[in-house]
Each structure stands twice: as structure tokens, then as C-alpha cells.
Design a protein around this ligand. Structure first.
Ligand SMILES: [Zn+2]
Length: 278
């Protein structure tokens, strides 16, 4: 099926297996065309048309609940140096993304997990284990730039909306229900988020990951960090994975595969924007 200029392919369970860009909306039943028009918004940061079957406030509300659970479930670091560092780099990246006037919360989780995440509502979690890999502030800026790119790119709402649509709720008849919170929709949105620590494992599509990579480099450069350090970050991540072996690969890599094409695309983007020659 096609929606918001994207082709959405689902498997027999209704889960999205693949999406690709198309120029026209076709093959939709009359009812879903209404959704395609009513449920699409243009993202102001990327200019991209996105499916939006949940409101920003609904998504922010769910994210806030997940964030509270996360903070109860994991030990929070009181190390002043680590907290200062995250606060400093994070604030610079938030400002560079054009959202410096919003409230941001930065928390260092004191576990060896190699992971970081940013939730809608500007809640940033960064694990001690990843801090040990992001030895320079430029590396940390690369991670945070990417994560903030998921926020400005509206990726969580898009993902949640795709799940709602794929589950069959996104028909014209149920569009009202999908936009107005009711128990059925809230349950679905909750399922898309998962609970507790699972929220950080919310899987983004390959296209969203690539978009977050590009936005992340833009924010890094705007904040005064060095773009080529983003490539170095992924190389360091891959090295950490190789060192850990298959036993315990970095958590960040389970949602962010550090394959050669990702680094190559980053390299091409940095060169094309004239940020550096890499
Ligand atoms: Zn990502």
C-alpha cells in the first residue's frame, strides 16, 4: 500500500517489513485515501511528508511515562564531571537543532551499557558504558546529534503512526478514534513504545536512521564540532563490538548497525556538504 508518498509493505502479522519512497499514492481503498490525506503532515525540519495518526502531545505523554520508568529502573550517575560533560555537549547540540529554547533533561545512567537515547519531550539518556567509548566531546556530539535528529525528524510519531496504520486502525472510520485518545489506540501506541527499558529499543527504519545521521552531522557542525568525528564514532563502535565478540555486543548497535554502507553514506554526505574532505 502507499501512504504519504511512501510504500509500506507488511508481513502476514501486519508488521511493517519494508518502506520505500514513491511519488504517488496508489492502490489505496477509498477509506484509506482519506487517511492518507488527513493523517499526513510535512515535517518542518526535513520537508518530508509523514504519516501522523497520533498527536505530538499523545506521543510526548507516552514518552514521559517511559522516561519515568526508565529513571526508576536504572541507577542514575551523580558523577559531577560526567553530568557536566553530557549537559554541556547536549545543550550545544539542542541549540544547534533550533530547539535551544525548549526544556531538556540530561541523565547519565551508571551502567556499563553502550547505549544512548532521546525521547520525544527532550529526555536524554546516556550510559556510562558509551561515555567510555565517546572519549572526545566530538564523539559524544555525534551520538547526540543523531539522537536529536530522531526527535526533530519526528521519527517516533511516524513509527507509532505506521504501527497504528498497519494494525488496521488507520481506516477512515477509525481515524477519529486514532486521533482522539481512547483505550484501544492508547494500548496500541503503548505497545509500539514498549514499557520500561524496552522504550530505548524502539526500532527505527533504515530511512529514518539515515535521516538522523544526516541531521546529526548538520547539528554537530552548527554546534562547532568536527563532522569527520561522526565517522570515527561508528568506527570506534564497530571496534568495541569486535572486541566484545558475539557474547555482548554494544546495545546501541542492536538498533544502530554500524555497517560499512552507513559509514560510506556519512562520508559522502560530509563531502557533499563541504563540511570536510573525508
Ligand atoms: Zn538512530
Amino acid at each position: 500500500m502507499h501512504i504519504c508518498n511512501h510504500r509500506i509493505e507488511t508481513d502476514e502479522t501486519g508488521s511493517i517489513v519494508r518502506m520505500s519512497r514513491r511519488d504517488i499514492i496508489q492502490g489505496l481503498a477509498a477509506g484509506t485515501i482519506a487517511v492518507a490525506t488527513a493523517g499526513c503532515v510535512t515535517n518542518p525540519e526535513t520537508g518530508r511528508l509523514q504519516l501522523a495518526l497520533a498527536s505530538d502531545s499523545q506521543v510526548a505523554q507516552l514518552a514521559a511515562a517511559s522516561w519515568d520508568e526508565q529513571k526508576k529502573a536504572e541507577p542514575i550517575s551523580r558523577d559531577p564531571a560526567a553530568n557536566r560533560r553530557l549537559q554541556n555537549v547536549g545543550t550545544r547540540i539542542a541549540q544547534a537543532s533550533g530547539r535551544g529554547n525548549e526544556n531538556w533533561e540530561f541523565v547519565v545512567f551508571d551502567t556499563p551499557a553502550v547505549n544512548a537515547f532521546v525521547l520525544p519531550g527532550n529526555h536524554v539518556g546516556f550510559y556510562k558504558g558509551l561515555m567510555d567509548i565517546t572519549v572526545e566531546d566530538d564523539h559524544m556530539a555525534a551520538v547526540l546529534g543523531h539522537e536529536v535528529g530522531h526527535v526533530t525528524g519526528g521519527h517516533v510519531r511516524e513509527r507509532v503512526s505506521q504501527q497504528i496504520f498497519a494494525s488496521g486502525l488507520g481506516t477512515a472510520a477509525s481515524l477519529g478514534a486514532a486521533i482522539r485518545p481512547d483505550s484501544r489506540t492508547a494500548g496500541l501506541i503503548g505497545a509500539a513504545f514498549g514499557i520500561g527499558s524496552q522504550v530505548v529499543l524502539l526500532k527505527f527504519s533504515r530511512d529514518q536512521e539515515a535521516e538522523a545521521d544526516r541531521l546529526g552531522v548538520d547539528y554537530m557542525v552548527r554546534a562547532g564540532y568536527k563532522a569527520p568525528k561522526s565517522i570515527e564514532l561508528w568506527e570506534r563502535m564497530a571496534a568495541a563490538a569486535a572486541k566484545a565478540g558475539s557474547q555482548r555486543p554494544p546495545e546501541f548497535l542492536s538498533t544502530h548497525p554500524s555497517e560499512a554502507t552507513r559509514i560510506e553514506n556519512l562520508r559522502r554526505y560530509i563531502n557533499s556538504k563541504g563540511y570536510a574532505v573525508v
